[in-house]
Design a protein around this ligand. Structure first.
Ligand code: BGC
Length: 253
């Protein structure tokens, strides 16, 4: 299978595009639909189905979802409606669209794309991909192997605050923080991660990765930090790659 529709479910937008699995490129412009508010289970399923219809897609679909995902089932959804919890998203999207569908945590998806095609290519040791948007997501790799569903955005920082509440991009906007003020907050997140995990490399993903120049001067970590090479497309690409791998592992040899 060479082409998969990748979809990235976020707190403010649900985005997708067909992805070439061979090189991680998008085959068309991505399409974005606002995340319904409140993002109930029914509305999220309907919106994903609309996105699939937009591309008149009948092939496999990979979906990155902002919560803990195990075997196609949603276990947490901090920035969407609680009704999403307990949803077997793979089964519901299949029922709505007839497409075979594979669901993965959104930050894990972004991480997979960066390790394969982007800033983490050929990097060994512990690599941490941190995505900053409505929430803070994490993907942890050891020698290229993903430790799934790490939720380091929910870590309690050394100042007693929860990382995501303290330093997400949503918090920056809500509190109207300057890049300096926000950068100092995000610096604490990185410093605590550095102390606890001693990674070789941080890769910064999500919308904020495009703005690194505005707050880099306020970071004083020792570990190398680079922006995601695929920028905020990483979630779409990684969801597609994940689906391609799961799909082929289900086919008889
Ligand atoms: C969720 C994570 C997700 C992150 C980024 C957090 O609130 O718990 O699963 O990866 O937001 O979307």
């Amino acid at each position: 299978m060479t082409t998969v529709l990748g979809i990235d479910v976020g707190g403010s937008g649900i985005k997708g595009a067909p992805v070439s699995i061979a090189d991680g490129s998008l085959l068309t412009e991505r399409h974005r639909i606002d995340t319904p508010q409140p993002a109930t289970r029914e509305k999220v399923v309907q919106t994903i189905a609309r996105l699939i219809e937009h591309f008149s897609w009948t092939g496999p679909v990979g979906i990155g979802f902002p919560g803990v995902v195990r075997n196609g089932m949603i276990h947490t959804a901090a920035n969407l409606d609680d009704s999403c919890i307990g949803c077997h998203l793979e089964a519901e999207i299949h029922a709505a669209t007839n497409c075979s569908c594979f669901v993965v945590n959104d930050a894990d998806a972004a991480g997979v794309a960066e390790m394969r095609f982007g800033a983490g290519r050929d990097r060994g040791g512990v690599v941490m991909v941190i995505t900053v948007g409505t929430g803070i997501g994490s993907a942890v790799f050891t020698d290229g192997h993903l430790v799934t569903n790490t939720e380091l955005g929910h870590m309690v920082l050394s100042n007693g605050q929860q990382a995501e509440k303290y330093a997400s991009d949503a918090t920056r906007k809500k509190r109207d923080l300057s890049w300096r003020e926000w950068g100092e907050r995000f610096n604490l997140v990185l410093k605590d991660l550095e102390f606890l995990f001693s990674p070789e490399l941080f890769i910064l993903g999500g919308g904020t990765s495009k703005k690194l120049d505005r707050f880099r001067d306020h970071l004083d970590i020792e570990v190398e930090l680079v922006p995601a090479a695929l920028r905020n497309m990483a979630g779409i690409v990684g969801a597609a790659v994940f689906a391609a791998e799961r799909n082929s592992s289900l086919q008889p040899a």
